[in-house]
Ligand binder design. Structure first.
Ligand SMILES: [Fe+2]
Ligand SMILES: [Fe+2]
Length: 235
């Protein structure tokens, strides 16, 4: 599919953009609003109860606050774009959250691994959006990025701390074995029609396949080089 040269600087300008562009931009914003909120609800907020010390509870609260903040950011942008609010709330819309959120989190090491591996996937998505042709979305991505980097750093630091003991290492490896095989699906289907449309309009820059390959290499560095553990095969 050929790419179209376009830049939409404001939400007001979006009204003059082609319908296909508006629809594609709305899909991306809606998806982020839904998934940031759902992730905060099923992982980050419940993890505060799992955090083992006041220090880790404090940092986990900050992560949860920021994930709810990410939802707010995309939700407010969506409202300005005229997206119906209920279509950006999981449970109120028939659009389902990503499959990664079906993982049942039962422990602190599992949460630490979610931050290590799932937030790295989010970083790759947000990096891509930082080059988006819809400037308001690009700006929200830029504001979100330092916080996502903090979350991934939190994951690495908490996993490193756990790995200092034999039991902790075993728990982190078990959590990686449970979570990681489902992660590559986060990047969507190969040869996706939506992704082709996003790239046509410069809303996204990379194919799902390219982002997945980038992710697999970054996950390998984290798990094998930094933690000295084993990365299981993707599902
Ligand atoms: Fe987030
Ligand atoms: Fe995050």
């Amino acid at each position: 599919m050929e790419t179209v040269s376009i830049e939409v600087k404001t939400v007001a300008e979006l009204a003059n953009a082609p319908a296909e562009y508006r629809e594609a931009a709305s899909k991306i914003v809606r998806s982020h609003a839904i998934n940031e909120l759902y992730g905060a609800q099923v992982f980050d907020e419940p993890a505060v109860a799992f955090a083992p010390t006041p220090y880790w509870k404090w940092l986990t609260c900050r992560v949860a606050m920021e994930e709810y903040g990410h939802h707010q950011r995309f939700f407010r942008l969506g409202q300005k774009m005229g997206i119906a609010p209920e279509t950006m709330i999981p449970g109120k819309t028939d659009k389902r959250p990503l499959s990664i959120f079906e993982f049942t989190m039962r422990s602190w090491p599992e949460f630490c691994v979610i931050k290590l591996l799932a937030d790295m996937a989010e970083i790759i998505q947000v990096e891509d959006l930082m080059e988006c042709t819809f400037r308001p979305l690009r700006d929200e991505a830029a504001k979100t990025m330092p916080e996502e980097k903090f979350h991934a750093g939190f994951g690495l630091r908490s996993c490193t701390e756990l790995c200092r003991t034999e039991d902790g290492r075993r728990d982190v490896q078990a959590a990686i074995d449970a979570l990681f095989p489902g992660m590559p699906a986060f990047f969507g289907q190969p040869r996706s029609k939506n992704n082709a449309l996003y790239r046509k309009w410069g809303l996204k820059q990379h194919t799902n396949e390219a982002m997945r390959a980038d992710y697999l290499e970054r996950a390998r560095v984290l798990v094998e080089d930094k933690l000295g553990l084993k990365l299981p095969a993707p599902a």
